[in-house]
Structure formats: structure tokens, C-alpha cells
Write a protein that binds this ligand. Structure first.
Ligand code: XMP
Length: 512
């Protein structure tokens, strides 16, 4: 059995996964268990340190989550965060009160006593608080090591027993030196020396998948996007030809997209990719449709029809692999324990009953940037791993009005020019997305002394960290001017280019 240097016990905080993520960032391997995990099982992992996460409960709630107190006798260093701190304080005879006001937001942390926990971090560092209850009397053997203006006991420690507790959340990005504090706990206090990286993650997942899948077959839909590409590469590495990766060319892709996907998977990685040419079916389904939701629905149905037809050809499929990421997991790890209440967004809702295979979601603990690292580890090219998101319904939702071969051609050409220029000016990596939208607006123009009456393209270029909110990018005017000139000169049928200056909210990123 694999040793787990740091065990994180989850008390239901929405940030529990972030603790794991921060530790992974600094190369410390950890696993998350529900707070009621059997002590023998925890011991069998031979942990060098244990972290108690935060959580929504109050230690005064009648059914407040508690730990098996024998955990304190294991002589393993412990770090309690927020609820974890209050629990430690009460377990050791300190006093916690229900504060009338919720303290929420940034605060400055002043270090009162040097501690290995704060080694290399500065006095007055910004930390992030989110709590109601607070410790008012220290338990025996503990002393205060830091405070903020509102929390006299922002950090406490029993250096002898190596038990530490923080009122603030070191795992959230608003806590300036939070990662360093977690790293200090692992490396300086728990003496974890082992180094862990995405290569290890890949190896572990591959072994896990092999064990789980056995001799069965796994189906997956490859879109060419980062997540499904990484899942495909990972699964292929694990089970080889027992993976059936299906790529549906819906005719709504950007220029050269199908060729790129085929090149990477068939030629470079030697994956036996099944490519379905569905262009005609999708065009047929979209004929005469202008309503955005109707477009999405029809595209979804057509995709499922084609995917199902392919699946029927393979007899012994037992699993469906999906690129669900941690942010897609709706409910965070809950106090009842991860396996009971985590639900995930997955797109099998529309699949017929017989196709509701068991799910394999190897990326469900990861964040997007970690998936990218994993992709590189698996040999995917950098361009593929760092590409902008592209929606499932493709260019169809970037054409306002009916999707026709002509409108597709126009938006595709404009999009290609836009992307070329964004890359040429070194902007691609700084942006969340940049694409062209073909409007159903015609306007009068003049070109070479001649009147024109042609189409309009809007440029949608946004910055975002997760796609949930976004701001339009402040692209220098001379670059916009150059893009506009190129589109109008090179794309027959477009005589006007406008720039979308709407942020999200209130706008969405895609126009439909
Ligand atoms: P919106 O338009 O809702 O988009 O602001 C947020 C992010 O999601 C992408 N998007 C989709 N991705 N299937 C996808 O896989 C879809 O149907 C879809 N619709 C929007 C969008 O490109 C943006 O990054």
C-alpha cells in the first residue's frame, strides 16, 4: 500500500480540495478522507502529518462532526484550520465562543512568536478569514503564535506535541503566503521529504484505471479540448486498445481542427481513434433553426445519435470515461463524506438508458492548470494543452441566425485571422478566449469606390480565470485595427468589424 505523507480530514469545508491542491503544488502528496475515517485505516497510510479542514458546523452543534480522540495519541503533527482549530481547542480544554458577527475577508497577521509554521513568511502578511466561532481561551500547553486585529488567537501552537491551529484559511489564494505555511507544516514540522509531481499522479491513475477496468472496454468522446484530450491520452496509456475514443466531426469546428486532432492522436500517440464524419447530419438538423437553445438541443441530440450508433458496434463496453474537473463537481466534499454526496456535472443526461455505463472520471480532483501539466506529462503537445476553451456546439453558437455552409465559411475565415494575429502579438496565453461571431446584421460600406452591403463580425476577446466571470480584454487599438483590416480585406462577404466591450456578467462569453 502506498504511504500518504499528509492526510487531510474533511469536515465539510468548500475549500478542502484547495488544501490538497496547495500541497500538490509544492510537491507534497496527500489524500483527503472524511473526518470519521477509521483510525486504523489512517494509521495504515503511515502519515507524517494530519490536517483538519474547516467546515460549516459550530463545535456547539449537537451533531457537530468530531474526530476519534485517539488520533491525538498517535504522536503525529496536526494542523487544524478554522473549524479544525475550534475542534482542537475544545478537545484540549480551551474555550470557543459563538461570535455574534461573522468575520469574513482579509486581515493582517502579526506574528507573536517565531514558529517553524511561519518560517520564511513576513510579519503583517495578508490572510483570509471566514468564521463565526472563535477561540477565547487557550487550551493547556498551547500558546498564541500570531494574531490579527480581530482575532487575538489567529494562530496557536503546542510546539512540544506539534499541534498547530489557524483561524484563517491558508489554502485560499487571498492568503498571501498560505502555500508557504502549508509547505512549512509538511516539510519543516512533519519532515516530509518525498517529492511528488504530475508524473506520479499519471502513474497512480494509470494503475488505478488498470485495476478498475480489468479486461473490460471503455468508451470516451474526444472533442479535441484539453480535458477530453488528457482523459483519452491517460486512458490509452492505461488500457491501450481497450479504449474506444470517438471523435465526432460535426462540421462546426474551427479551420483545421479535425486534422489537428487526427494528427496528434492517430499519428503522434498512435491512439486507435474512431472518427465519425457527421457534417451532413448536423447541417440537416440545423436547417432553418435560428433559436439559440434549439440549436444547442439539436446539436446535442445529433451528437448522441451518432455516438450511440458507434457504441452499438462495440459489444462489451462497461465504462464511459469523462473529463470532469474539480470545479465541475457541484457539491464540494461534504461532512457526510465525499462518496455520499459529491455529484458531478456530466453530459450523460441525454444518453439512452442502455448507454449509462459506469463512469471513469480520472480528473475529478484536479484544477484546469493541473490538467494541463498532466497533459504535458502524457506527451500531448503544448499547443493542445494550452488551447482556449471551445464550446461543444462549436461555431453554430457563434453564428447568429441560421447556420449555413456559407455562414460557417465566413466565421471560420474571420476566426482564423483573429487567432493568427492574437498569437502573433503574443496575446494568446494571456487570454481566456478570443473568437469571431458572425452577426445577422448587414450594413452598407464602401470599398474601392463601390457600395457594399455585407455582413458584420464581432470580435469577442475576454480575460477570465474560470469562465464564470469575465472582462473584455483591453487589446491595443492598433492591433484591433490590424485585425479589422485583415478580416475586411481577406474575407469576401464581411465589410464591418465591431469589438464587443461587454463583461460577464451581464453578458455571457458566447453570444448564444
Ligand atoms: P458562457 O457563454 O456561458 O460560457 O459565458 C462560459 C464558458 O463556457 C463555454 N461554453 C461551453 N462549453 N459546451 C461547452 O463545452 C457548451 O455548450 C458551452 N457553452 C459555453 C464558453 O466557450 C466559455 O468558455
Amino acid at each position: 500500500m502506498q504511504k500518504v505523507p499528509i492526510v487531510v480530514l474533511d469536515f465539510g469545508s468548500q475549500y478542502t480540495q484547495l488544501i490538497a491542491r496547495r500541497l500538490r503544488e509544492v510537491g507534497v502528496y496527500c489524500e483527503i478522507y472524511p473526518y470519521f475515517e477509521d483510525l486504523e485505516n489512517i494509521k495504515s497510510k503511515e502519515p507524517q502529518g494530519i490536517i483538519f479542514s474547516g467546515g460549516p458546523a459550530s463545535v456547539y452543534d449537537p451533531d457537530a462532526p468530531r474526530v476519534d480522540k485517539r488520533i491525538y495519541d498517535l504522536n503525529i503533527p496536526i494542523l487544524g484550520i478554522c473549524y479544525g482549530m475550534q475542534l482542537i481547542a475544545t478537545d484540549f480544554g480551551g474555550e470557543v465562543i459563538r461570535a455574534l458577527e461573522h468575520e469574513y475577508g482579509k486581515a493582517k497577521l502579526y506574528i507573536d512568536k517565531p514558529s517553524p509554521l511561519f518560517e520564511g513568511t513576513k510579519d503583517g502578511q495578508v490572510v483570509w478569514m471566514s468564521h463565526s466561532d472563535k477561540v477565547v481561551k487557550l487550551p493547556q500547553g498551547f500558546e498564541r503564535i500570531a494574531h490579527t486585529d480581530n482575532s487575538p488567537y489567529a494562530a496557536i501552537a503546542d510546539e512540544k506535541r506539534k499541534i498547530y491551529a489557524l483561524q484563517f484559511h491558508p489554502e485560499v489564494s487571498h492568503t498571501e503566503e498560505g502555500t508557504k505555511i502549508l509547505e512549512n507544516f509538511a516539510r519543516r514540522i512533519c519532515n516530509v521529504t518525498s517529492k511528488w509531481d504530475m508524473g506520479h499522479f499519471a502513474k497512480e491513475q494509470i494503475e488505478k484505471i488498470r485495476k478498475e477496468v480489468g479486461e473490460d472496454k471503455v468508451l470516451c468522446a474526444l472533442s479535441g479540448g484539453v480535458d477530453s484530450s488528457v482523459v483519452t491520452a491517460l486512458l490509452y496509456e492505461a488500457i491501450g486498445d481497450r479504449l474506444i475514443p470517438v471523435f465526432v466531426d460535426n462540421g462546426l469546428l474551427r479551420a483545421g481542427e479535425r486534422e489537428k486532432v487526427e494528427h496528434v492522436f492517430k499519428n503522434m500517440l498512435q491512439v486507435p481513434l474512431v472518427v465519425i464524419d457527421g457534417k451532413e447530419q448536423f447541417m440537416e438538423a440545423l436547417k432553418g433553426v435560428t433559436d439559440p437553445e434549439e440549436k444547442r438541443k439539436r446539436i446535442g441530440h445529433t451528437f448522441i445519435e451518432l455516438f450511440e450508433k458507434e457504441a452499438r458496434k462495440h459489444k462489451d463496453v462497461k465504462y464511459l470515461a469523462q473529463g470532469t474537473l474539480y470545479p465541475d463537481v457541484i457539491e464540494s466534499v461534504s461532512v457526510k463524506g465525499p462518496s455520499e454526496t459529491i455529484k458531478s456535472h456530466h453530459n450523460v443526461g441525454g444518453l439512452p438508458e442502455w448507454m449509462k455505463f459506469e463512469l471513469i472520471e480520472p480528473l475529478r480532483e484536479l484544477f484546469k492548470d493541473e490538467v494541463r501539466k498532466l497533459g504535458l506529462e502524457l506527451g500531448l503537445p503544448k499547443e493542445m494543452v494550452y488551447r482556449h476553451p471551445f464550446p461543444g456546439p462549436g461555431l453554430a453558437i457563434r453564428i447568429l441566425g441560421e447556420v449555413t455552409p456559407e455562414s460557417l465559411e465566413l466565421v471560420r475565415k474571420a476566426d482564423t485571422i483573429l487567432l493568427e494575429e492574437i498569437k502573433a502579438h503574443g496575446l494568446y496565453e494571456k487570454l481566456w478566449q478570443s473568437f469571431a461571431v458572425l452577426l445577422n446584421v448587414k450594413s452598407v460600406g464602401v470599398m474601392g469606390d463601390k457600395r457594399t452591403y455585407e455582413n458584420t463580425v464581432a470580435l469577442r476577446i475576454v480575460e477570465s480565470s474560470d469562465g464564470m466571470t469575465a472582462t473584455f480584454a483591453h487589446i491595443p487599438h492598433h492591433i484591433l485595427e490590424h485585425i479589422s483590416n485583415r478580416i475586411i480585406n481577406e474575407v469576401d462577404g464581411i465589410n464591418r468589424v465591431v469589438y464587443d466591450i461587454t463583461s460577464k456578467p451581464p453578458g455571457t462569453i458566447e453570444w448564444e
